[in-house]
Write a protein that binds this ligand. Structure first.
Ligand code: NAP
Length: 336
């Protein structure tokens, strides 16, 4: 049972014996938005954390006509750099009527206590900093209670409890896209959204305006959800790095290796766009080529490529499972 306290933003969870943000119950309501009439006035936004994602968000939101009240980074130089980038991109797009006022105040983390009122505080700092940022923000006193959204994939809105306890609306909004620098495009991404009702409503509007699609995730499932994202992005990158190492052992330069593998990587991703892995899988394991697997293993061992051997055997077993092949290959991989 959950006990309700404090106007509905924070609740007591007697399973964990902790105060938590009131969970949003997910449904199939992708991108449910307010009617256009009510959406004309875009909320004002302050962004805490002007790194890769925070700056990309600042530029994209400014381009969509959101008024950026303040940008905050650990170091003031970072926040100023982001403000300059936003101003430049706003000037570049100045023939658009959507672009918001680009005179944005830059703050260092230690100045958070002086932040002006905004409708939305978007927290895009490293995961382990979110709680302390929330704690500091919770000491601010505003006339209107803002919404706070963080962009972490692994953490849920529960980490914003200090703000929920002050009657802020809290949630999280996480793009399933890799943002290696502030200029990387973020449109077209799917974003998971969770939190209390008001925060979720605002998050969905934001995602829609950023050219993305939102979907709901249960608050408790965020760590597993994020682990899946890491498997698809970070771990695929690590796997690709192992493939580069193997081609370098064949005599190619890293650059050439990266280039020659591109079409293979891209066609694999494209196949997965329209097909289930069972239909998209091609190659040695889908055909069940026993002798080829033996040759692969001998070559990898000969070059003493330990990560390649470990990953080849583990992932090969999964490939066999996907291909529903129970052949001599299973026994060979079991002996890896
Ligand atoms: N990058 C991605 O692909 C991506 C994708 C989805 C979600 N996310 C999520 O977005 C968040 C940010 O990731 P990122 O990759 O953009 O990180 P990042 O590039 O490392 O940027 C972090 C920013 O936070 C600032 N910061 C650090 N501690 C702070 C504090 N206590 N108070 C105020 N600002 C502080 C840093 O300031 P300084 O510049 O002064 O150091 C920096 O501007 C994370 O939760 C991450 O999980 C990232």
């Amino acid at each position: 049972m959950m006990l309700l306290v404090n106007s509905g933003r924070a609740v007591y969870d007697d399973r964990s014996a902790r105060m938590v943000a009131r969970p949003y119950e997910p449904g199939v309501d992708l991108n449910i938005l307010m009617p256009d009439r009510k959406r004309k006035q875009k909320p004002s936004v302050s962004i805490i954390g002007t790194g890769r994602l925070g700056t990309a968000l600042a530029m994209a939101l400014s381009a969509q006509g959101y008024a950026l009240r303040s940008l905050v980074a650990r170091r003031i130089e970072s926040a100023r750099k982001a403000a300059t980038l936003v101003s430049k991109s706003a000037t570049f797009a100045s023939n658009s009527t959507k672009v918001s006022d680009a005179n944005i105040a830059a703050f260092a983390a230690k100045q958070i206590g002086s932040l002006p009122q905004a409708d939305l505080f978007l927290i895009s700092v490293p995961d382990d900093q979110i709680e302390s940022v929330a704690d500091t923000l919770s000491r601010l006193r505003f006339e209107r209670k803002p919404v706070a959204l963080h962009t972490s994939g692994a953490l849920s809105s529960e980490v914003l409890l200090p703000l929920a306890a002050q009657d802020w609306s809290v949630g999280s909004v996480h793009p399933l896209i890799s943002v290696p620098d502030a200029n990387a495009p973020i449109s077209g991404a799917f974003w998971s959204v969770e939190g209390d009702r008001r925060a979720v409503r605002l998050a969905k509007m934001l995602v829609h305006d950023l050219g993305g699609t939102s979907f709901s995730i249960r608050t408790a499932e965020k760590p597993l959800y994020h682990a899946a994202a890491v498997m698809t992005s970070g771990n695929v990158t690590a796997l690709f790095d192992v493939a580069l190492e193997m081609l370098v052992a064949c005599g190619l330069t890293r650059n050439t290796a990266r280039q020659v593998l591109q079409p293979l990587l891209i066609s694999t991703a494209q196949n997965l766009e329209t097909k289930d892995p069972s239909a998209a899988l091609t190659g040695t394991f889908s055909r069940g080529d026993v002798q080829t697997v033996k040759r692969h293993l001998a070559a990898i061992k000969q070059h003493d490529l330990k990560d390649a051997l470990d990953l080849y055997c583990r992932l090969g077993k999964r490939s066999l499972k996907i291909a529903k092949k129970r052949s001599g290959i299973t026994r060979i991989l079991d002996r890896c």
